[in-house]
Design a protein around this ligand. Structure first.
Ligand code: HEM
Length: 340
């Protein structure tokens, strides 16, 4: 299928006279063509790209058990802002206001140095062909599978943006403090449904969160002078040890207290036990009447069902508005637009 730009160009040809052709042109302009990602995109230009990425992630995991979690989160925060286009990786420069300085990312997202190491390794084998956006998608899959989770065929062919959208990062990435309905809307805006929401939230089966992002639940929840009633009492006490009332807020707790670095379905049984760390996690199970509850229950009772849905939802997320064809560029340094 041709791209919107090509369609627009063709539509200007004077030979177009029939009503039918005009209708096709208008339709193509209103509905841009869908992503043309595929699993074999680098089969001839960089056949070992998945292995190269995986090896660097594996290496990084030796010294940082958290890095897989941090890398998949980068892909999520990339895809939710202008699509999966590597925009989160751009540093501040003349015309770029970095997404790294947006509220959800600042003092929070990590792993950029590992992305740079992956890029260097990939460039050494196949210069100037693999995008930074695709590196994030591949690193996410490697992180999950190396941690005991599912594997999937990553769809590839994304290109890198020429710009960042800091304002978009502030508004489009869900916050742990907003309610389930707002978060559901933010997923829906990018074409993801509630099964995607529940499955992808299962990524909180590994990694950490800072006290400042959940300590409102520990002492005086909503002005009650008590912890959040949907927080298990002994879990709440153990979290209070990590997050003292007048602490800095920058200490971290495991998102999954049972198996902190393993990718499994314990996240969902934690929710059933009122052991969701973030308010946004626990709401998936504790919101009366929500459609998410039965999905949590099904993933808690079947790791296979969770893994299958998770892999599919990662593909769905990875398909959000990629740049393809001749849009964007293949950055040679993920932090900078080429030539800047
Ligand atoms: C559903 C809405 C979501 C909300 C409100 C949310 C919120 C958060 C917050 C507040 C943190 C802790 C950040 C920090 O302490 O610096 C976090 C960490 C994390 N998030 Fe999410 N998240 C959501 C969805 C997702 C999705 C879709 C994924 C991936 C598919 C994901 C993967 C992760 C991972 C792996 C971590 C740990 C990162 C690390 O240890 O460096 N999250 N999330």
């Amino acid at each position: 299928m041709e791209t919107t730009t090509t369609a627009r160009r063709r539509c200007s040809y004077s030979s177009i006279s029939s009503l039918l052709m005009a209708t096709i042109c208008v339709t193509l302009m209103i509905y841009p063509s869908h992503a043309q990602l595929n699993a074999t995109f680098y089969a001839t230009t960089c056949p070992n790209v998945s292995t190269i990425v995986r090896n660097v992630v594996q290496q990084a995991l030796q010294t940082d058990a958290r890095i897989g979690a941090s890398l998949i989160r980068l892909h999520f925060h990339d895809c939710f802002v202008n699509g999966c286009d590597g925009s989160i990786l751009l540093d501040n420069s003349g015309s770029i206001q970095s997404e790294k300085d947006a509220g959800p990312n600042t003092n929070s997202t990590r792993g950029f140095n590992v992305v740079d190491n992956i890029k260097t390794a990939v460039e050494n084998s196949c210069p100037a062909v693999v995008s930074c956006a695709d590196i994030l998608a591949l690193a996410a899959e490697a992180s999950v599978s190396l941690s005991g989770g599912p594997s999937w065929n990553v769809l590839l062919g994304r290109r890198d943006s020429l710009s960042a959208n800091q304002g978009g990062a502030n508004t489009s990435i869900p916050s742990p403090f907003e309610g389930l309905s707002n978060i559901t809307s933010k997923f829906s805006v990018v074409g993801l449904n509630i099964t995607d929401l529940v499955a992808l939230s299962g990524a909180h089966t590994f990694g950490r969160a800072q006290c400042r992002l959940f300590s409102n639940r520990l002492y005086n929840f909503g002005g009650t002078n008590n912890p959040d009633p949907t927080l298990n009492t002994s879990y709440s006490i153990s979290l209070q040890q990590i997050c003292p009332q007048n602490g800095s807020g920058f200490s971290v707790a495991n998102l999954d207290p049972t198996t902190p670095d393993g990718f499994d379905n314990n996240y969902f049984s934690n929710l059933q036990n009122n052991q969701g760390l973030l308010q946004s996690d626990q709401e998936l199970f504790s919101t009366t009447g929500a459609a998410t509850v039965s999905i949590v229950n099904s993933f808690a009772s079947s790791q296979a069902a969770f893994f299958q849905s998770f892999a599919q939802s990662m593909i769905n997320m990875g398909n959000i508005s990629p740049l393809t064809g001749s849009s964007g560029q293949i950055r040679s340094d993920c932090k900078k637009v080429n030539g800047s």
